[in-house]
Design a binder for this molecule. Structure first.
Ligand code: ADP
Ligand code: MG
Length: 284
């Protein structure tokens, strides 16, 4: 009976189309009405986020700035599915983060880059393929090493690399499986100012080549303005969105941009907002 054979296929196709439409019309990342409480001992709790709302469009680069302890990393961990919200909803590509993680469509690079110390840069970048149980795409691994400017260091172990180079390996690794969304939590926080600046320019260049939806947490205002399409300033804990600033500086953005009056005006404005969120003497 041909009709019986056709029916499940039609259903599968309908499902696939529905899924494709859901993803196409959904924001890349949508956090709505997010509250997050961490239980402490003896029935106490710390409220990290309260009424946090944010949407990120497909291919957009959004930076989150805020005083220390305001819940920035918590926001990223919620999007990465490493924490569940106490209230509200997190959607990535129109779905729950768990589904995207299962499909290895989220790329994550956090400050503690956690490279395998005994493995070469190349093997570290190839690691996500192994974790996902996929055959290593050697051409892609080499292309990523080239993208982050480490083609000459493919065989070096992490301890043979500088801090900036190790972060570049971590970013290449986060990009390995061609994720839909890239999450960066203070990826350059441990670097000296000069290296950090160089890495910022490098990331701006990499992002221009990939245009991947990116959510970056940082406490460096220059970094946020140089890299982002929009900068979100959070309040102190419990964190919520205090201000969203569009950055209309032209791309590609190189060192010249950092000398523009418009760049400095934005940095000054955002620094002022941060100072208000974190009155002198109360910083953690
Ligand atoms: P930020 O990244 O902005 O510095 P976090 O998101 O790391 O801030 O933390 C926000 C608040 O939540 C802080 O007060 C922190 O101590 C608390 N917090 C974060 N994670 C946990 C956890 N797993 N257990 C208890 N408290 C936590
Ligand atoms: Mg943090």
């Amino acid at each position: 009976m041909p009709e019986r054979a056709v029916e499940p296929i039609t259903e599968a196709i309908t499902e696939a189309i529905t899924e494709a439409i859901t993803e196409a019309i959904a924001e890349a990342i949508a956090l709505s009405g997010i509250g997050k409480e961490f239980p402490l001992r003896r029935g106490h709790a710390v409220r990290a986020l309260d009424g946090f709302d944010l949407t990120v469009e497909h291919g957009e680069f959004v930076a989150i700035l805020g005083p220390s302890g305001c819940g920035k990393s918590t926001v990223l961990r919620l999007v990465a599915g490493l924490e569940a919200p106490t209230e509200g909803e997190v959607r990535v590509e129109g779905r729950g983060p768990a589904e995207l993680i299962r499909e290895h469509r989220l790329g994550v690079a956090f400050q503690e880059h956690a490279l395998l110390p005994w493995a070469s840069a190349r093997a570290n970048v190839a690691l996500p393929f192994k974790v996902a149980g996929r055959q290593v795409d050697r051409a892609r691994v080499d292309a990523l090493l080239h993208l982050v400017g480490l083609e000459g260091f493919a065989d070096a172990r992490p301890r043979q690399l500088s801090g900036g180079m190790r972060q570049r390996v971590a970013i290449a690794r986060a990009l390995a499986l061609n994720p839909d969304v890239l999450l960066l939590d203070e990826p350059f926080g441990a670097l000296d100012a000069v290296t950090r600046r160089r890495m910022n320019l490098e990331l701006a260049r990499i992002w221009m080549a990939q245009r991947i939806t990116t959510l970056l947490v940082t406490h460096d205002v220059d970094e946020a303005v140089l890299l982002a399409d929009r900068v979100v300033v959070m309040t102190g804990r419990p964190g919520r969105v205090r201000h969203v600033q569009r950055v209309d500086l032209p791309r590609p953005r190189g060192t010249e941009v950092t000398r523009e009056p418009a760049f400095h005006a934005l940095v000054d404005q955002l620094t002022g907002l941060l100072d208000e969120a974190e009155p002198a003497g109360t910083a953690a």
